[in-house]
Structures are given as C-alpha cells and as structure tokens.
Design a protein around this ligand. Structure first.
Ligand code: AMP
Ligand code: MG
Length: 321
C-alpha cells in the first residue's frame, strides 16, 4: 500500500488511523517512533514491514500511565518499582516478565516485555486518548540513523505510512536506556539518555550487559544507527584527516572547529561540558552529513562519561571503519 503521507499536529487524526489498525509516526523525547496498537496483529505486522525490521527484534511498548505496567507485566520487583518511581515518565525502558495478553509478535516470542512511559506532551496526550498502549520502535528503516524530526521521518518513511504527528525536534535525541533484572541485580542492556550514575544513585550498583552473544535487544547489535556514508569514530582527528587526504570529508566535532578542514564541512555538535546538547544534535547532524555526499564522515570520540558514554556507544555501532 502506498500512502500520500501527511505531517501535522492533529492528535485526533493520529488516533483515527491507529484505531483502524494503521501505523503512525509519533514524537517522543528520545526519537520519533513508528506506533501501532499492541493488540492488533495486522498493525504490528505493518510496523515490521515498513521498517524492514527482522521479526526477531522486539518492540518497546509505550503506555499512558504507570497502571499499565501492572496490566502488562507479571512480576514488578522492588528495584523495578524504585526505578519506575524515579524515571517514569522519561527515557527509561524496563524489561519485565510479560503477561499472556501481549501478542508474541510484539516481544518476538521472548519472555519479557519492554515498557516505557514517554515524557512528551503530544505522545502523552495521544496515549491518554487510546484504549490500548502503542508498540513503537524508532521510525526509521532497520539499521539506519534514528529520526529526531518529523522531516527525518518523512524522508525515510514517506509513502509507507498515512500520518506523521509532528512534535518538534526530540529533546533527548538518543534512544532510551534499557534495563532489566538478573537475580536481583539491575542490568543495563542498552546505554541511553539516562546515565549509569543516575541509575546507581537510585538502585546502587548496576551491571552493564557485555555478553555480546546474549543479544536481547537490536540496540545491542554490533552494527546499527548507521549512515550510508562510511563513518570513522576517532580520538585523533588530525591523524584521521591526514589518513583520508584527497577524500571529501565531513567532520562532526565539539567545542571548536578544526583548523585542518574548511568550516563548511564541519558541524559542531555542542560543548563537551554539556553532553545532553550534543546528544540532542547528534542524529540531525548525522542526517545532514549523510545527505551531503561525503566520502567519509569523521567523528570525534567523546570522553566515556555520562551521556558521552551512550553517544560513543551509538557512534561505535554507526561506524564502519
Ligand atoms: P528501537 O525502538 O528501534 O530502538 O528498538 C527497541 C529496543 O527495545 C530494541 O533494542 C529492542 O530489542 C528492545 N526490546 C523491546 N522489547 C524487548 C523484549 N521483549 N526483550 C528484550 N528487548 C526488547
Ligand atoms: Mg531503532
């Protein structure tokens, strides 16, 4: 089916499409999502096919209020309750044992369900008007850079969906932090907008899941979030620029321009003392660079602290060199 995709701010129109088992792009504070009624198998199928997402990669469920967690999950442990109290609404996704009412297609047959209560006025308003939660992975083709504006969604998903609900540029700009539990310990499965230090301030020591064989989330796949242009993540910009002399280079950097490349081929993402702003700008800058026809995009690695660590994680997976 080919749609004449519209973009707008009409929450009731978005509801209209969702109620008739179509899919709609929605804004959240992390990235734009491609949303479907979790109880509609035809709608869930449309999400997988529009994204070309393998059926083995489960979807995050977005809810209108915390009560839904108890409808969808079997066992909400004490640590989970603490994390829910402290970080919801917000960019935290929590993995809990699923109840049977959730179609297996949403969780790819896995025993857990991933749940998130977004903090975005338009997403919250829409969710409150629906009788069902929304399964919503990022609104981009599988493996490509996530969208942080309605225009990014249109560029990638135009024609495949009827409606894009425009909520402006996503505030956080990178995906949610995904956590789960293993024998009473909190495990971070995907680094994201909420930092390890923030989690540890609430539940004590957390474990970073480093078992790459144990891929429970596509955000953990080695290659993901990638532009089509080759991307190099490096600490040493000077060496990288020398290495690619003669190539058309785009540079993503922080704090100040490099003197070694014309300014018009560089984007400053922000200052390293404000890494949240860098996260906010990251994907839009990657979209711009990817469209500009460079031979290579070089990105400066951030200090591995706080959100910098989450940004490095994304850039590592996006890099192909
Ligand atoms: P995306 O929204 O495209 O960033 O992808 C959603 C993320 O949540 C992926 O990394 C999923 O694997 C993860 N996720 C969703 N549901 C589950 C689940 N049931 N078990 C484990 N991870 C999940
Ligand atoms: Mg994604």
């Amino acid at each position: 089916m080919i749609f004449n995709t519209e973009t707008g701010t009409d929450i009731l129109l978005a509801k209209h499409y969702l109620d008739k088992e179509d899919i709609v792009a929605i804004p959240t504070e992390t990235v734009y999502g491609l949303a479907a009624n979790i109880f509609s198998e035809p709608a869930i199928k449309k999400v997988y096919s529009a994204k070309k997402r393998p059926a083995t990669n489960p979807l995050i469920i977005h809810i209108a209020n915390k009560e839904w967690i108890y409808e969808l999950a079997e066992d909400v442990n004490e640590q989970a309750k603490l994390l829910i109290d402290n970080f919801m609404p917000g960019p935290l996704t929590i993995l809990l044992p699923k109840k049977k009412l959730i179609p297996d297609m949403v969780t790819s047959g896995l025993p857990n369900v991933a749940i998130r209560l977004p903090a975005h006025p338009i997403a919250n308003n829409l969710l409150k008007q629906l009788d069902y939660p929304l399964a919503a992975p990022s609104a981009n083709p599988f493996g490509y850079i996530s969208p942080t504006t309605a225009q990014h969604v249109y560029d990638q998903m135009g024609g495949k969906i009827p409606y894009i609900l425009d909520g402006g540029k996503c505030k956080a700009g990178i995906e949610s932090t995904i956590i789960g539990f293993k024998e009473h310990e909190t495990v971070v499965y995907r680094l994201g907008s909420i930092t390890i230090a923030e989690l540890e301030a609430v539940v004590g020591k957390v474990i970073l899941n480093s078992n790459t064989k144990d891929i429970v989330a596509p955000g953990m796949l080695k290659k993901h979030y990638s532009p089509r242009t080759p991307l190099l993540l490096t600490q040493n910009i000077e060496d990288a620029l020398t290495q690619y002399t003669g190539k058309k280079i785009g540079l993503l950097t922080y704090d100040s321009y490099s003197q070694l490349l014309p300014y018009e081929h560089q984007i400053i993402l922000g200052e390293t003392k404000n890494m949240s702003l860098i996260a906010h700008n990251l994907y839009s800058a990657m979209h711009i660079m990817d469209a500009a026809g460079y031979d290579i995009i070089i990105v400066k690695r951030l200090p591995d602290e706080g959100i910098g660590r989450s940004i490095n994680d994304r850039l590592n997976r996006a890099s192909s060199l």
